[in-house]
Write a protein of this length. Sequence first.
Length: 202
Amino acid sequence: MGRYTGPKHRLCRAEGVAICGLPKCPVTKKNAGPPGQHGQKGRRKLSEYGIQLREKQKVKRMYGIFERQFRKYYENAAKTKTATSEALLETLETRLDNVVYRLNLSRTRYQSRQLVSHGHVFVNGKKVTIPSYNVKISDVISLSDKTSNLDFIKKLLEESKDSTLPVWLERKATVGKVKSMPKKEDIDIEINESLIIEFYSR
């Protein structure tokens, strides 16, 4: 499957949210408008459909997922016994690339996706190279010994030593563990999942 390789901040400005995860994202600046030469004219008032579409696009771009896979996530969530919105968010948050990011073992989700794809991440002692792999309760996520000794990983660990992890995760050095399934309040960006459900239910 392909992936977006263009300017990450362009996506943040398009959605009006710092979905890239970087602290110096331009969207956090005052009066930051949409990208493009007409961006400074501001955002047009959206229809109901437009609002739903923008929310879907924001979440897709936040997790680095394309439409086909995102729709599949929705369809699978709709088949579960739990609420569709709850199942959808749980699937997104438990993706391996997202878990590596949430454990502060990468600076962004894009970087964590690369770590997984290049074979630097292990789940329960076995190498997993699929970013969309969904972790389960009690799964242990770790970096290879070689990766753990890289300078940028050491710097990340130092910078994040006082950071608070999501309550559903725990970490010691470069080894993390899934304690429970994530809930909506554990997500780092506000998501109105009901708009996404309404979009696909049209």
